[in-house]
Ligand binder design. Sequence first.
Ligand SMILES: CC(C)(COP(=O)(O)OP(=O)(O)OC[C@H]1O[C@@H](n2cnc3c(N)ncnc32)[C@H](O)[C@@H]1OP(=O)(O)O)[C@@H](O)C(=O)NCCC(=O)NCCS
Length: 194
Amino acid sequence: MIIDRTRVLHTPRLVLRPFEPGDLDALHAIRSREDVNRYLYDRPMSREDAAAKLSERIERYSTLAQPGDTLLLAVALRAPGGEVGELIGDVNLHWQHGEHRQAEVGYVLHPDHAGRGFATEATRPLIELAFGELGVHRVYGRLDGRNAASARVLEKLGMRREAHLRENEYVKGEWTDEVVYAVLAREWETAVLT
Ligand SMILES: CC(C)(COP(=O)(O)OP(=O)(O)OC[C@H]1O[C@@H](n2cnc3c(N)ncnc32)[C@H](O)[C@@H]1OP(=O)(O)O)[C@@H](O)C(=O)NCCC(=O)NCCS
């Protein structure tokens, strides 16, 4: 087991921890919003939908043991004293099956906390984990071509814009473009060392 429910990741301002039953209000507050879902495959969630998602996160997505697993952690503010504070979003890492050794990252932050570097800060430890303990060769992120804030997050993480696919998906009643960003293990190493 690489990550289990006892393992918590820290950044200077954030704590990445497993979801808990008490997170329903905070999760619903984020996922019920139209603006948050604008460039996601999801639609705004009812409280019942959010409760189902929360159970799934607790039961299936709190551990990372083998390729094929997805880790989906709550992003909480970290008080100056170190104690865990308000839940402001989530971040995920999907460890792909197979010999290609790839992983995908994703993130969602409450708009009240946007623009302060939190998505970038919360995603960095998952990329570290992927290239470190998981031994992945390439980490990538995919987004709606209109999602400029998300593209900026991946650029700030040192990823390269590798593809812009024109209307390759039909999402929520419209054709959408998909953009792909990625970084290789050796590029990440070089960026960290320089
Ligand atoms: C995308 C998202 C995660 C960004 O979170 P965040 O915490 O604000 O991200 P950061 O503060 O780390 O970085 C955002 C960057 O985008 C920039 N940005 C924000 N809105 C922008 C826009 N409309 N156009 C261009 N850049 C924009 C910010 O200025 C910042 O860049 P900077 O640090 O160079 O100033 C957040 O907006 C979100 O959760 N959106 C809804 C869900 C979503 O779309 N998730 C991503 C799916 S691929």
